[in-house]
Design a protein around this ligand. Sequence first.
Ligand code: KIV
Length: 276
Amino acid sequence: MKNTVMTFKEAKNKGEKLTMLTAYDYSTAKFIDEAGINSILVGDSLGNVMLGYEDTVSVTMEDMIHHGAAVARGAKNALVVIDMPFMSYQTSVYDAMVNAGRLMKEGRANAVKLEGGIEVCPQIKAITDAGIPVCAHLGMTPQSINAFGGFKVQCKTEEAAKKLIEDAKAVEEAGAFAVVLECVPAKLAEIITKTVNIPTIGIGAGNGCDGQVLVYQDMLGMFSDFTPKFVKKFATVGEVMKEAFAEYIKEVSDGTFPGKEHEYKIDEEVLKKVIE
Ligand code: KIV
């Protein structure tokens, strides 16, 4: 059954955990969808894990639409959330609405996600009023990496922790259907989870959130540039890939691949006429 924003609401009411993973292409989205995930996030983390940038700042609307549409084609049951890239919504409410609309129409998203609290609430309200579900994103918001001065746990001071709680209440009030909490102390994330009525989706925010999200390359052991403390590697797919690539290189080099079973046949009579 297709997951919707109602699935998120009901899960929070029933105390059932929500599951979310990133994906950026059709085949991976299909695997994740078939595994039974609630939601797939086409994160702007694609800038890091797919395109090799050192941060998400350079990711464009065209990148998000291109990858988002591929994921949407592969995700039958998962709710597809597409990230609004840096400067596609911060500039004005008008820009936010136009770009959210493009992610829905061209990227075939079921919802969009944007980073920030009180300062982007006019955007969240306008987008949701237009019938587009919005997931908020608080805590360590990677698009603000230059303002943070690096990837760091956020909200450890009294002032910052209070601001985070106010931001969470504000994005709920503005109409967000869920909020991602990234790199937030677990106890603080738990307080927010109890304070707001929308589901909290944690990444580096402990077990007290209503759901969890991870970047799929991180949890499969496919991305070695940088592994945050909160990542658990559920598999070592990167190693399996390297072994398979090395085996392919060996078999092509020593002539054992392709074998007879990989060949196409031609009628001997036709062949005779070809070489006559
Ligand atoms: O872009 C992304 O993958 C994200 C997750 C880290 C939540 O925003």
